[in-house]
Design a protein around this ligand. Sequence first.
Ligand SMILES: Nc1nc2c(c(=O)[nH]1)N[C@H]1C(S)=C(S)[C@@H](COP(=O)(O)OP(=O)(O)OC[C@H]3O[C@@H](n4cnc5c(=O)[nH]c(N)nc54)[C@H](O)[C@@H]3O)O[C@H]1N2
Ligand SMILES: Nc1nc2c(c(=O)[nH]1)N[C@H]1C(S)=C(S)[C@@H](COP(=O)(O)OP(=O)(O)OC[C@H]3O[C@@H](n4cnc5c(=O)[nH]c(N)nc54)[C@H](O)[C@@H]3O)O[C@H]1N2
Ligand code: SF4
Ligand SMILES: [Mo]
Length: 742
Amino acid sequence: MKTETPTYCRICEPTCGMIATVEDGKLVSLRPDADHPITQGFSCPKGIEFVHVQNDPDRVLYPLRRRADGTFERVSWQTALEEIGARLREIRRRHGGESIGWYAGNPSAFSHSHAIWASGFVRAVGSRHMYTPNTQDTSSRFVASAILYGSATVFPLPDLARTDFLLMVGANPLVSRGSLVATGNMREKMRAITARGGRVVVVDPRRTETAKAFEHLPIRPDADAWLLLAMLHVIFADRLVSEAAIQKQTRGVDELRRAAALCTPVLAADRCGVPASEIEALARAFATSPSAVAYGRTGACLGSHATLVNVLLDALNVVTGNFDSAGGSVFARPPVDFTRLAKRIGFATFDTYRSRVGNLPEVLGQMPAPLMAGEITTPGKGQLRALLVSAGNPLLSVPGSHDFEKALGQLDLQVGIDFYLNETHRHADYVLPAATFYERDDLPLPLSEIQLTPFVQWTEPVVAPRGEARVDWQIIDDLGKELGFAPISAPVTKLVGTGRVGRAAMRLMAPGARRMTPHRLVDLLIRSGRDGDWFGLRRKGLTLEKLRAQPRGVVLAERIETGVMRKRVMHRDHRVHLDDPRIADELHRLLDAPAPSAELPMLMIGRREVRSHNSWMHNNPKFRDTSRRQRALVNREDAAAAGLADGDEVRVISSSGEIVLPAEFTDDLAPGVVAVPHGWGHRDAGWTIANGAAGVNVNEITSAAPADMEQLSGMAHLNGVPVRIEAVVPDPVLTPEWSVAT
Ligand SMILES: Nc1nc2c(c(=O)[nH]1)N[C@H]1C(S)=C(S)[C@@H](COP(=O)(O)OP(=O)(O)OC[C@H]3O[C@@H](n4cnc5c(=O)[nH]c(N)nc54)[C@H](O)[C@@H]3O)O[C@H]1N2
Ligand SMILES: Nc1nc2c(c(=O)[nH]1)N[C@H]1C(S)=C(S)[C@@H](COP(=O)(O)OP(=O)(O)OC[C@H]3O[C@@H](n4cnc5c(=O)[nH]c(N)nc54)[C@H](O)[C@@H]3O)O[C@H]1N2
Ligand code: SF4
Ligand SMILES: [Mo]
């Protein structure tokens, strides 16, 4: 039997509508859904090729237990859960719950339940060892929001549909498909800006796919703060600010004005490599455009001044009158007010406690992942002894891989939850088979905080889980049962409040009577939200049942609202705080920053590719083609200076180590910059094709030393890493005699 079902991809943020063709219970093809209200037939190759992941012969389909010789044997779910349970109970008895930790990787965010259940588990066991990719991705953005808006869960979005000027700093949406903003086809949305006479300026050290399609402003890596501060210098000096907006929306602009006054375009030009005249022209064009918005993503988030860069991006928007207004920086209109909810359940935290090792702050209850190795190896109360890793591959994705790999060997227990036996799980004691997103029902509600068109879509599973795979939340819940708790046990009143709607909910549901399930959670949140039926008080409102009857989802409003900062900015005065002492400290640190070292004169940045997705999309038959190998991009001049010939391998050396990989010469990078994609270095793991595609793990040469992390947010420094390059001289011992010239 053959069926075609509308559903959606959950690999990355656009969550593209897909039509899944299923034949006799097997997913046979995926194609973009032309009738999807938001993505309208858009998708990328990864989304279509997910069919290889779904049916991959290398998938982990049964619980696995490691044998003494390092190989894995199949065990039953009951055996796996009971044995893991017994070992966790023993660790808790001997060392306390605070010695148990969890790393939940990127895909856990694309589910209605996974991330919530994992962090619930860690809280319930009484531990602070909750880790995610955030410190390799977004923590600096969250901390900027905590400071400016009073909550780490406030995300300003670029109003692409209405803006006249998009200043894009460190993002490559033509490849990444857009991050911390979701709107379907980004290329089309950006083209529409230029088609209506506006501008799109892409600030990036590399002439990326996006930069080529729009205006490119090349910049030295890790120097955006200089550019942005100098733009503010010009805007203040030329009185191009919106005094009305400053008065109405901000607090403490003078602090920023004073710091900006010190950063002249000439000074900034020297540090960021953008000529002073271009900084001036850009600042004036931005400030005098009818509307404009500055937006940054990982290129803005992973440098040594990452929080400050995010603060300055937002400051540009605010002081030019482009905050909370059409065409500027705007807020989503989610069906559930997560900012308020997060406050109510105590989730929206920043720096309420610090790490045992490295003294770095928590952000949203998560500790910096680069600290994991030190937390495992440093004795004392709270030493990390059991680590569960779900939907993540920290051995490849977190800086300091060498030390992390060694530390993993010291754990009393390591458990992986995944559908692949990835490099991290190679070291695990147990690997539990997870269902894919096409094998589970879903509505990743938190993503509604980044949607430019308010929209919700529930999906049913498209196929049954293969083998004995189980849905992540269920596995986490079962592990909780072994330890005697429910990972998610928040009383209903905490989720829906105690007002009129909360009371209606209480009448309808027996609070706390049943274990929380994702269905119940989604239903509670949707029904109590602004579009909900308020448990009978509003007949036309949404419920989970109603959503299920609409397989292509529901558009909640044509566009997001503006003029909502009183509701969205969480400081008591509902103003944007520009005078926080932590911003002032970061401004001083920038202005006092030392010039780059001569020993490591080049700067390494990352690079994402269309068919790669972090570490887990390389087991695709397309990667049998050698043209898809990982390469370091090197400028031709640097290549010549290092004595490299085309096709040679290059040695990239940082203060943490060195890697060797094939080089590709380019003019798309300025001299002095090297770009190396992350997520490679597959070896000995359970993916046959990816192992063959090999590559090297760039995080072997990035640093996990607490001192190298951005102290304000605990952010890893992964872009603009000081390096030098060398040609790989063939080892003389290995040179065959016959090749020696006579
Ligand atoms: N195909 C594909 N898509 C993906 C992913 C993937 O691995 N592959 N990963 C997903 C994930 S997890 C995320 S977080 C998003 C990320 O989404 P994006 O941030 O849009 O993706 P990147 O390609 O990393 O873009 C970052 C850009 O910043 C530039 N850059 C590096 N350093 C600097 C700097 O110091 N200053 C400036 N101005 N620019 C700099 C890089 O050259 C790069 O072009 O993408 C998601 N989408
Ligand atoms: N040097 C450097 N390092 C980086 C970055 C960089 O730009 N430069 N980018 C960083 C960023 S932005 C991110 S987000 C991280 C990503 O880092 P991680 O999240 O640690 O790693 P991924 O490679 O995304 O691994 C995802 C794993 O989850 C599994 N998986 C996929 N879906 C599911 C699911 O639904 N359930 C379960 N249980 N498993 C699933 C996959 O098989 C894979 O093994 O990498 C970070 N690391
Ligand atoms: S852009 Fe590609 S990978 Fe991302 S959600 Fe859409 S189809 Fe999936
Ligand atoms: Mo990410």
